[in-house]
Ligand binder design. Structure first.
Ligand code: ATP
Ligand code: MG
Length: 1035
């Protein structure tokens, strides 16, 4: 952005100095706008500074510098792309760019009319515009193709249509209107060329100091040896009479050889194939050969060919036919065809007519061919920019029919210019709602009418003379004109003139007062040139040609001489009508070219010559029209954008509409009410001085702004520097962090790899980390209770020993804590349980189930023991009582009894009866099975026969009861866990057996062998043993 801004500022600077030093860049701002001298002064001042372009509003005045200026580079093109008119010094690129952008935004058609006299730079200007579009338009590969063809159509057309004249070494001898077609995106997608009235007479005749069309010299000078040989040509222009009449076949400013190469390249780009090229140069050579044909008079004075030529074979016409055609005229008399022989003069005339016809038609073919290659076949809508580069107003010492046509053409274009400018100006005022003040201007319609009015105009009279029967000559034409239009203020002849004027006129002259000045025409040749008669058999001869182009140019369907073809001037007139229609439908833009001197020299500014051009180009009038109301107008937004720094309210940004902003701005600047008008979209400023005051204020302000901008830039620079510095620091920090991380990670990996080796430098840190890590994790994962002691975190190898020690320590600590928390009751209970454990653990199958059942003091309270019994044994201190089932010794019948342990003995009690007393001293032992039953057999010593034998009991609290017994009687070792069978004494000397076995369900019965059979369910087969501890834990 800054770059762009800087560029604009720089360019404004440039334009400012330009304005100060060398006049103004827009004539509209000229205070003395009615003064031709002031106009000229400005133009001259600028010209001497190589500022060849100046505006009149949107019209561009261009003065031919006659030297290469360094203002057409690609860089310049870029500079002018998309920039407003008045922001940069005037340039043809600015105009081209404006046309293009207007077309793009309004999507309508435009044309650029380039006018000026011969050598003023029209063709150069049109090329510059084309080049600008070639570079600036969006392009694709396909479009590049079109672009190349558009560009290269120029050298071809110039080779065939331009020639060296006295006025211009590269003078266009035809009028050219070229449409460039653009698609929606602004890409150049095609083109079309219209050509106007080629000056064919040049093919056969050149004035002194002039040449034929370039292509002839290019072929002779540049053509390859083979080609020349094939064409029968020699490399010497002097050999061809059509090339030497002007006496200047060689011109220093023209390089025919390199131009030839250019044309070759161009022809291939615009799709001329081998045979096209062959035929084309066959024709050019044939014209040269034709020109060398000489005639001699035979004895009767009739013409005959005296030299043999090669053209017949080049064109593929039988020699006989060609000879006959060149020396005879065919006359149709009644039903017969009669050949009437020519005199030598006639034959020469017929030969030249043929040469002109061939060349003229070939030129048209060429234009069509180029158009085919430029044609865009796509039917989508296009917009066009037309470029009109047409021969300028021309005044020679002797002026003929061609000059008449050319100058008529210029009158027409001036008419168009007047209409379009006045019209558009008027429209603008209307559109902006501003009152229109008419401007007096010279309307050249009167001259146009003089030339083209039906029946009375010069063209009508000329045609009449050409077509009427009888002896019409150029002089009868002159007479007729004198009769018909003699009184016209813009027409004068020798006969009609006053004495003073008569001296400047010959008898055969007529003079027209063109809008651009007086031109004296010599009437000689008018009829002939207008008729442009090609004797009929000349055409017929051509029809026999084998050359494809000639065949195409002389079609057999051509209306023959029975109906007269239109005269040249009438054809020209209708083509101009067509052109006017084309142009009227488009938006006009103008480039007015001025020739600074006649000598084609740089740096010379001929005041008289330029003043004359300024006059007839209508520049003063244009300026007057532009200035009629208001010298200066500008769209509000653009005006505001430029001058807003001049008012504190509008700087730097205006919030409202542009029109309000401008109103505020000019109020601040003190514009007086009569100095300006506010239109709908534009401000109109009446006097240039008002604008200059504003502009000067702006220039002063701009420098200040520049300084502010500069200091801002400096501030920004500083900020950027600090930022850079800071970023640098951060980046370095980041880098250090990464380097550190890399080191740590490397060390970690190395440590991991060497973790099992003895401590060393490589693994010390890693191991420290592992240790610390393990300890931290261990702290968080310690067992919560003693019971979880096996869920110890697995240590890393280096921590195995430490881990074991820690575990022991920790468990001890846990146990200690547990023990501390135990009550005396609980302790007593646990002591008992430990006792039970030592007696039964791993020995009796149902022991594990007992572990979780707490022992109680007694199972039968004192209140449930019979009072008699209590009275009998109380003194022995009852320690524990429990309900049991006693199996009779005889028959093993079960009986419910109470078993009571006192300090001294165990008692089996039935209600109030003590059924048996077993003194602990006489208790031999206690047997229990290893299975899950609840049987216990108390063995007693039986010395006395009367004494009862062993007791077979079943007790639900087997483990509790036996533990109590062992403690009370202090008889741990007496309790035996047995397998299979227990022998017991029913009575002393009488034995009994209790057999134990595992089964599906509990059963007790007297077996057939007289044994008591106790079946108890097998706990370990039905219940998964590993469930047992769980049962224990849960309880
Ligand atoms: N902008 C320019 N920069 C440099 N030289 C220029 C420029 N314009 C014109 N010339 C010179 O002037 C010569 C004549 O210009 P150009 O052929 O464009 O004239 P013209 O107006 O087309 O004339 P004519 O009506 O005879 O065709 C060019 O060959 C070139 O040498
Ligand atoms: Mg030209």
């Amino acid at each position: 952005r800054m770059g762009h801004m800087g560029l604009i500022l720089r360019n404004m600077e440039a334009s400012l100095t330009a304005r100060d030093r060398v006049g103004i860049q827009d004539f509209v701002l000229l205070d003395a706008y009615t003064s031709e001298s002031a106009f000229l002064d400005n133009l001259r001042k600028r010209f001497h500074e190589n500022l060849i372009y100046t505006y009149i509003g949107t019209l561009l005045v261009s003065v031919n510098p006659y030297k290469e200026l360094d203002i057409y580079s690609k860089k310049q093109m870029d500079t002018y792309m998309g920039v407003n008119f008045f922001e940069l010094p005037p340039h043809i690129y600015a105009l081209a760019d404006n046309v293009f952008r207007t077309m793009q935004s309004e999507f309508n058609n435009h044309f650029i009319l380039i006018s000026g006299e011969s050598g003023a730079g029209k063709t150069e200007a049109s090329k510059k515009i084309l080049q600008f579009y070639a570079v600036s338009c969006p392009s694709t590969k396909l479009l590049n193709n079109v672009r190349d063809r558009l560009l290269l159509s120029n050298p071809v057309l110039e080779a065939f249509g331009n020639a060296k004249t006295l006025k211009n070494d590269n003078s266009s001898r035809f009028g050219k209107y070229m449409d460039i077609q653009f698609d929606h995106q602004g890409g150049a997608v095609g083109g079309h060329i219209l050509s106007y009235l080629l000056e064919k007479s040049r093919v056969v005749h050149q004035n002194h100091g002039e040449r034929n069309f370039h292509i002839f010299y290019q072929l002779v000078e540049g053509g390859e040896e083979d080609l020349l040989r094939w064409l029968g040509l020699e490399r010497n222009c002097q050999h061809y009479s059509y090339l030497v009449q002007g006496g200047c076949a060689k011109v220093s400013s023209i390089n025919d050889k390199s131009d030839w190469r250019m044309v070759q390249k161009a022809l291939s780009v615009i799709e001329f194939n081998e045979s096209d090229i062959e035929h084309l140069f066959g024709i050019i050579a044939s014209v040269l050969h034709l020109g060398n044909i000489k005639f001699v008079a035979d004895v009767r004075g009739y013409a005959s060919l005296n030299n043999n030529q090669e053209m017949h074979w080049l064109l593929g016409i039988p020699a006989q036919v060609l000879q006959q055609g060149l020396t005879h005229r065919k006359i149709e008399a009644k039903a017969e065809e009669v050949f009437s022989p020519f005199s030598v003069d006639h034959a020469v005339y017929a030969r030249d007519a043929l040469a002109k016809a061939i060349y003229g038609r070939t030129f048209n073919w060429l234009v069509n061919k180029i158009n085919e290659s430029l044609a865009n076949k796509d039917s989508s809508r296009k917009t066009v920019i037309g470029l009109l580069d047409i021969y300028g107003f021309e005044v020679f010492n002797v002026n003929s029919f061609e000059q008449f046509c050319i100058n008529y053409c210029n009158e027409k274009l001036q008419q168009l210019f007047i209409q379009l400018t006045l019209k558009s100006e008027q429209e603008e005022y209307e559109m902006e709602g501003i009152e229109w003040e008419p401007v007096p201007y010279f309307n050249n319609k009167i001259i146009c009418d003089l030339v083209e009015e039906k029946h009375r105009g010069i063209i009508s009279l000329l045609d009449e003379e050409c077509l009427r029967p009888g002896e019409a000559t150029d002089l009868t034409l002159l007479e007729k004109m004198e009769e018909t239009i003699g009184g016209h203020p813009h027409f004068v002849t020798h006969k009609l003139a006053d004495q003073k004027t008569r001296k400047t006129l010959e008898r055969g002259d007529f003079r027209l007062l063109h809008y651009a000045g007086e031109v004296t025409y010599c009437v000689v040749g008018f009829l002939d040139k207008n008729n442009d008669l090609l004797y009929r058999n000349g055409k017929e001869v051509m029809r026999q040609s084998k050359n494809a182009i000639i065949k195409h140019c002389f079609p057999s369907t051509e209306p023959d001489s029975k109906r007269r073809p239109e005269t040249v001037v009438t054809q020209f007139k209708s083509s101009l009508v067509g052109l006017t229609e084309i142009l009227m439908s488009k938006e006009p833009w103008y480039v007015r070219c001025i020739k600074p001197n006649e000598a084609k020299q740089p740096g010379r500014f001929d005041d008289v010559l330029v003043r004359h051009q300024v006059k007839y180009l209508g520049l003063m009038e244009h300026l007057r029209v532009r200035r009629a109301g208001f010298a200066y107008r500008r769209k509000y937004d653009i005006f505001l954008q430029r001058y807003k720094p001049l008012c504190p309210d509008t700087w730097p940004n205006w919030k409202g509409t542009a029109a309000e902003g401008v109103r505020c701005l000019i109020k601040h600047l003190g514009y007086k009410p009569d100095e300006y008008k506010m239109g709908r979209s534009k401000i109109f400023i009446r006097h240039p001085r008002t604008l200059f005051a504003t502009e000067d204020a702006f220039q002063v302000c701009k420098h200040k702004l520049g300084e502010i901008l500069f200091s801002k830039v400096k501030q920004r620079d500083a900020a950027t520097k600090i930022e850079n510095c800071w970023r640098g620091i951060m980046a370095r920090k980041e880098r250090e962090k990464r380097a550190w991380a890399v080191k740590v990670i490397k060390k970690f990996i190395k440590g991991f790899i060497t973790r099992n080796q003895p401590a060393c430098n490589d693994n010390s840190e890693y191991l420290a980390y592992v240790r610390q890590n393990y300890l931290t994790r261990l702290r968080e994962n310690l067992p919560k209770t003693v019971l979880e002691k096996d869920s110890w975190l697995t240590p890393p190898p280096i921590m195995k020993e430490a881990s074991q020690l820690l575990k022991k320590l920790y468990i001890r600590h846990m146990v200690g804590k547990y023990v501390q928390g135990i009550t005396p009751q609980r302790k007593a209970q646990l002591v008992l349980k430990a006792q039970t454990s030592s007696m039964f653990k791993g020995k009796k199958e149902n022991y594990p189930f007992s572990v979780c059942r707490p022992f109680v003091d007694t199972r039968i309270g004192a209140e449930d023991i019979n009072i008699k019994v209590l009275q009998m044994i109380q003194h022995e201190h009852i320690k524990y009582s429990v309900p049991v089932v006693k199996y009779d010794r005889n028959g093993f019948r079960p009986r419910l009894r109470q078993l009571i342990f006192t300090q001294e003995a165990a008692y089996l009690v039935e209600e109030a009866k003590i059924k048996q007393r077993i003194d602990y001293i006489s208790l031999k032992g206690v047997s229990v099975s290893n299975l899950s039953d609840n049987f216990l057999i108390l063995h007693v010593t039986c010395d006395d026969i009367k004494q009862k034998g062993d007791l077979v009991l079943q007790c639900d609290y087997l483990f509790e009861a036996l533990t109590k017994l062992s403690v009370i009687a202090n008889k741990q070792n007496y309790i035996k866990v047995v397998q299979g069978s227990v022998r017991f004494d029913i009575q002393p000397g009488r034995e009994g057996f209790v057999d134990f076995k595992s089964g599906q369900e509990s059963m007790v019965y007297r077996a057939k062998n007289g044994h008591l059979m106790v079946v108890s369910p097998c706990l370990f087969s039905n219940t998964a043993p590993w469930l047992l501890p769980i049962v224990f834990y849960v309880s």
